[in-house]
Write a protein that binds this ligand. Sequence first.
Ligand code: COA
Ligand code: ZN
Length: 301
Amino acid sequence: MNIKIVEVGPRDGLQNEPQLISLDLKIKFIEKLAETGVGCIEVGSFVSPKAVPQMADTDTLLMNLKVREKYKDRNISFSALVPNMKGFERVMNLPENSRPHILAVFTASSDTFNKRNINMTVQESLKVIAEVVSSAKKYGFEVRGYISTAFWCPYEKKIDPRRTLNICEKLLESGVDELSVGDTIGRASPKDVKELLELVLRYIHPSKISMHFHNTYGMAIANSFVSYDLGIRTFDSSAGGLGGCPFAPGASGNVSTEDLVFAFENSGIKTGVDFAKVIESTKILPIKPRSALSNIQNIIM
Ligand code: COA
Ligand code: ZN
């Protein structure tokens, strides 16, 4: 495989949907996604249920999925967001066979966004993250670190790439294994991506980085290819292009998994993902997919 896809639909995709999706449908959606060939699935968030009601059932969801038992012989891992020690305690309260393999901590390049998202400045959140990461490592979890608004912030506008680099480095120092560099509002252009990655990759190996694009302004696929050309091999995407961030007004969905896979495969880049199965998986949900492929009746091969 040339690249790895991290499917974030069940988390980043669903968290912004006003309509509550039942536990049963979430389980079916995730089980279908696990058959598509994606390398990782982010299934939910151990955040405050008041902040994101759609994610309130993540504990029960994982207890049903039993990911460590059911997928133990499969080349797939599962992750969930953990904002603080309270979230980490929720993970530890799960039976061992139900715990996600990867815990995802998150901060941002913009203080204004971070305050609205998790009620902490970036500095404050890095302290909390350091504690979560050190506890997670003691129990053998892998840790992913999200940097939201890495390029643009809905409040502070364009972000200085040096600021994002600095946060990437701090996350790695605290023990995070993989960074997910996020264009939360989908405003980055290929030029912005090149500018940031050329700086970041001077200090950080590309194998430590996943790119997380949203498609609000229609630039996500172009941005993915620029990243690929610069050496990035892991990409976050969401089946059906669902998603958005409840704390980033105007942000639309993630780059859609099926469109991204189709674009890569048709450019000779192997993803290991079956885009038709991804489209099938979105049919489980009572939400209209927003990908280009889902609107095409007969896909010409
Ligand atoms: N899981 C469940 N409940 C939690 C929690 C967690 N991880 N962390 C805090 N809470 C609860 C507290 O127990 C408290 O409950 P109470 O009001 O019933 O007493 C309440 O949330 C407030 O706790 P506090 O520590 O003061 O947190 P806060 O109000 O400053 O909120 C976060 C901080 C991080 C918990 C909250 O902003 C949040 O969950 N944000 C998530 C945002 C998100 O998921 N964004 C999308 C991903 S980019
Ligand atoms: Zn996102």
